[in-house]
Design a protein around this ligand. Structure first.
Ligand SMILES: Cc1ncc(COP(=O)(O)O)c(C=O)c1O
Length: 550
């Protein structure tokens, strides 16, 4: 992996870790050469790696992971320095960056990770340079109040409460509108953690689940099991939360979805009814609605779910990690109707808020809801302080709020709306393109900006429609195999990237259907590029099946 230029460039003088060179590192680059290298590379980094990456890679370079791994087999940390700053930065830029994934490429349309505006690199650099620790006021000061403000801005966007609500809560150290966490996984965990602790709150003879544990909680509340209901397209983080919170992840009950991949309300109601009537020892901790499922981007009927939760007095969590920012689009915010009914909402900044990795957030309708998960100690996070670590899973934490607040100021809701609308409208255009091409079959109509499809020539589609169940199953198995191979070959070719997943067919057979999954969030991705992605898939298909004998 070392290119010729750098392998020739031998370290001239022996490097030694001594006190004086160490101290210099804390003040400025170690020498003029290092400074020049930093400035040389900071320019393309600050103004976007695009040009640099485009010269070197499409989406990935055609080097196998296995070959790469042979260059990474050294497990020894040297006692003395191996490299100085300038050769290290050169190495990262010339030897590591070109082999990373160019997620900024408009041909990278496979995951919920994409290009970010170039100014995010500046904002991240400022956060790193300040290196505040928002676990406590003493290491963050103004950032603690800035964080409360931006949490209130986001809360208002999602919940649209009265001015007086925000006046009362925005800088109130005793209340919490939400919190920053590492990612969507921890946001979902935090929401269910708070829900669990509110459900099993202290009562006579019981000090609460957080203190006494899940077994004591079940005993105190006279139950044997606690469940969470979510569509079977729920993100795996909900199951992780089930494990971590002591509920057991088999108690995260998957609910059927309809033809549009939205949770089936009659199935949900039946499960609730069944538990109420026949399982007196079971409690429903929460119902989770999804605003943008990971695999198909569909939005559950949020309003109806809210009404079911209210009727049955169940905590209502909405996982809007993906689709939440749609609320900023006047054109499409109707898709999230009912969002404000949620007791808690997950949002991911590193998804459709286009922030750098990573920024999860969770918001609560009730500003006292997180009291149940508060922790104090004598040296930080004392009761009544503004320390933001009091109610967060994380201890030390970077000042992501600076990035979010700045991005919201730079973009405005209108800026984000334009990005969201581009994604939704390009996905709709792409769906039409797929329908127009006789070799492709659209599997899910996009509601937001995620679309699934496969190669399935019209002739085979007709055959499938007429086939008896066994034949149908056999054809689908063959198609699954082909989709898998095409996806791998396209990924390995490195020009473009579409992911794949397995959906359960909507017919009675409940068959597994392997599909291409395309996530359109890069504003530079357009229908021409997507057409080329389809052309490439068709070419691979023709290559692996030259006679079209499916
Ligand atoms: C709907 C949904 N929720 C939660 C998550 C978890 O987010 P993260 O990867 O940031 O932990 C994802 C990630 O894809 C998601 O799509």
């Amino acid at each position: 992996m070392q290119n010729k230029k750098t392998s020739k460039r031998k370290e001239k003088k022996e490097l030694v870790a001594d006190w004086s060179s160490l101290i210099r590192v804390f003040i400025r680059p170690e020498n003029e050469a290092s400074k020049n290298i930093l400035v040389k590379y900071m320019r393309p980094i600050l103004f976007g790696l695009h040009d640099f990456l485009n010269q070197h890679v499409g989406v990935t370079r055609k080097v196998s992971l296995k070959d790469m791994s042979t260059c990474f087999t050294n497990s020894i940390i040297n006692e003395q320095p191996e490299k100085n700053l300038d050769s290290l930065i050169t190495d990262l830029i010339e030897n590591i960056a070109p082999h990373a994934v160019n997620i900024a490429s408009p041909y990278f349309v496979g995951h919920m990770t994409s290009a970010i505006p170039f100014f995010m690199v500046h904002l991240k650099t400022i956060v790193t340079a300040l290196n505040q620790n928002v676990v406590k006021l003493e290491t963050s000061k103004i950032v603690s109040v800035l964080e409360r403000q931006v949490l209130a801005k986001m809360h208002r966007l999602l919940y649209r409460q009265e001015d007086s609500f925000y006046d009362e809560n925005i800088q109130n150290p005793n209340t919490t509108l939400g919190c920053f966490v590492e990612d969507g996984t921890l946001a979902n965990l935090t929401a269910l953690w708070a829900a669990r602790d509110n459900l099993f709150a202290p009562r006579e003879g019981f000090e609460g689940v957080e203190r006494e544990g899940i077994l004591a909680a079940y005993n105190a509340y006279g139950i044997k099991r606690c469940v969470v209901l979510v569509s079977r397209l729920g993100h795996l983080s909900i199951r992780k939360a089930g494990g971590l919170l002591g509920l057991g992840n088999k108690n995260i009950i998957p609910v059927d979805v309809d033809n549009n991949n939205r949770i089936k309300l009659d199935s949900l109601n039946n499960i609730i009814k069944d538990i109420k009537e026949n399982e007196k020892n079971t409690k429903i901790l929460a119902i989770v609605g999804i605003a943008g499922t990971t695999e198909t981007g569909t939005v559950d009927p949020l309003e109806e779910l809210g009404n079911i939760c209210a009727e049955n007095k169940i905590h209502y969590h909405i996982d809007a990690a993906w689709g939440g920012p749609t609320i900023m689009s006047k054109k499409y915010k109707g898709l999230l109707k009912g969002l404000k009914l949620a007791d808690s909402i997950t949002i991911d900044g590193h998804k459709q808020l286009y922030m750098p990795m990573t920024c999860g957030m969770v918001y609560f309708k009730d500003s006292r809801y997180m009291d149940a998960v508060a922790y104090h100690s004598t040296y930080i996070n004392r009761p009544g302080s503004v320390d933001l670590g009091i109610k967060s899973i994380a201890g030390s934490r970077e000042a992501n709020s600076i990035i979010l607040d700045s991005a919201l100021k730079i973009m405005g809701t209108q800026g984000y709306a334009l990005l969201i609308e581009h994604g939704i409208e390009t996905a709709a255009e792409f769906a039409q393109e797929i329908k127009n091409r006789p070799d492709f079959q659209l599997i899910t109509e996009p509601q937001l900006n995620i679309i699934t499809y496969r190669i399935c020539p019209l002739r085979i589609q007709q055959k499938l429609a007429e086939a008896i169940p066994e034949q149908r199953k056999a054809i689908n198995q063959r198609l699954n195999e082909i989709t898998r191979i095409i996806q791998i070959l396209q990924r390995e070719a490195g020009k473009s990237f579409v992911s794949r997943t397995t959906l359960i067919s909507e017919n009675n057979l409940q068959e597994e259907i392997v599909v291409f999954r395309c996530v359109i969030m890069n504003p530079l991705t357009d229908i021409t590029i997507l057409g080329k992605v389809l052309d490439e898939q068709k070419k691979i298909y023709k290559m692996i099946l030259p006679e079209d004998r499916l």
